[in-house]
Design a protein around this ligand. Structure first.
Ligand SMILES: [Zn+2]
Length: 176
């Protein structure tokens, strides 16, 4: 996907555009919660395909568009009400803190769809595990699946592997 972009139109090409619109509207089409884990995975895969397709169409004009309908109730934009909306994500996602991997965007999801825990290198430390435990214990009415989302070119994982290999190298040097 990215290679295609880099090999295509130049950055100065005015037709090289894509637009993602989060459309907050009270008439937004309601997307029901997936009934089970397989349906949740299918929705995530479908959303990711839509995002990837958007990038593949970037060289066309008019701009490629991806519209994500958002119910304003999901962010508490209720006229005359101050109560927070009920949290009801259908998936918990453990993602890397890497700024290039915005979780909701790459799955074409909006607010209140995903319970996202991000940490550099997707490490399952106590804080991450506790957050996931919270989701499983308190959001079970809506939660259908847990996703561990890796990505290519992860600097945190590369750094961790480098540290491990360096320690291994030092141990081997001490033994010889
Ligand atoms: Zn990463």
């Amino acid at each position: 996907m990215a290679k295609k972009l880099l090999g295509g139109a130049s950055k100065e090409d005015p037709t090289w555009l894509a637009e993602v619109t989060y459309r907050f509207a009270f008439d937004a089409v309601y997307r029901p919660l997936p009934p089970d884990a397989n349906a949740a995975r299918s929705r995530l895969e479908s959303g990711n395909r839509a995002f990837a397709a958007l990038l593949d169409r970037m060289t066309t004009s008019p701009p490629a568009k991806l519209n994500i309908a958002v119910d304003p109730h999901d962010v508490g934009l209720l006229p005359g009400r101050s109560a927070a909306p009920k949290q009801q994500p259908f998936a918990a996602v453990v993602g890397c803190a890497d700024a290039r991997v915005p979780v909701e965007l790459i799955f074409s999801e909006g607010p209140n769809d995903l319970f996202v825990v991000r940490v550099a290198g997707n490490g399952l430390g106590d804080d991450v595990t506790a957050s996931l435990s919270y989701a499983v214990d308190h959001l079970k009415d809506s939660l259908r699946t847990i996703v561990v989302l890796g990505h290519s070119g992860c600097g945190a994982v590369s750094a961790a592997v480098d540290v491990y290999l360096e320690l291994l190298s030092q141990q081997n040097t001490c033994r010889s």
